[in-house]
Design a protein around this ligand. Structure first.
Ligand code: DX5
Ligand code: ZN
Length: 225
């Protein structure tokens, strides 16, 4: 399974999303990560299905929609219609996770489960065979530009081991504080999809930053000191 880079448009200029997406696609972005926040599960409010539809019209890369909302069951159909290719939902808000994961798949969308930093990976055991991917949060969700929580590296390793034990084919994605400094380490720990917001859109050249992140993740360029 090859590495995929998923720039998070949360840190892009919302008045120029089309340009932001085109830039990272020139830089080789594999996915466009879209952070949906409801001001309830997380303190921030971002975007909804109409904006995802608009992005879908201009993006060539598949849309990876991360739902940080209290009631995802109510909205998965709308986000599927808006053009999500992948959709992830938080373990913390779903007592009937199995049903939600299968509802996402029934819409023809890849289904992922997300764990917050303090959510134990043991909660993956009984869903590992059903999900297409597991998203490990390496910051507490809600905002871009936060610092990577060091324990996430061990958590990635433990997640890979758990998925292997369960003979799950789920891919591991990591989200939060990913940069040139830790990209190679999270890949070594088992991450196959790297989400990055500030490290890409917080720079003056998101196209270059996308290329650099892939190079750093695959050991091509050393992280600056
Ligand atoms: C955080 C979001 C992330 C965020 C990552 O709540 O889920 O996707 O955009 O941003 P950085 O890479 O800046 O931590
Ligand atoms: Zn995210």
């Amino acid at each position: 399974m090859s590495l995929r880079i998923a720039p998070s448009i949360l840190s892009a200029d919302f008045a120029a999303l089309g340009h932001a997406i085109a830039a990272v696609e020139r830089g080789g972005a594999d996915l466009i990560h879209v952070d949906v926040m409801d001001g309830h599960f997380v303190p921030n409010i971002t975007i909804g299905p109409p904006v995802v539809s608009a992005i879908k019209r201009v993006a060539r890369a598949p849309l990876d929609v991360h739902l940080m909302i209290s009631d995802p069951d109510r909205y998965i159909e709308a986000f599927a219609q808006a053009g999500a290719s992948m959709m992830s939902v938080h373990r913390e808000v779903l007592p009937h996770l199995h049903r939600t994961i299968h509802a996402i798949k029934a819409l023809g969308v890849k289904a992922g489960v997300v764990l917050n930093p303090a959510t134990p990976i043991a909660s993956l055991e009984d869903i590992a065979a059903d999900v297409d991917y597991v998203l490990i949060m390496s910051v507490n969700p809600g905002f871009g530009g936060q610092t990577f929580i060091p324990h996430s590296e061990a958590k990635l390793r433990e997640t890979r081991a758990l998925l292997d034990r369960a003979r799950s084919r789920a891919v591991i994605e990591v989200d939060g504080g990913i940069s040139l400094h830790n990209a190679a380490r999270v890949v070594a720990a088992g991450a196959q999809v790297l989400v990055a917001g500030a490290a890409i859109f917080g720079t003056s050249d998101p196209e270059r930053a996308t290329l650099d992140l892939r190079a750093a993740a695959t050991g091509g360029i050393a992280a600056p000191r």
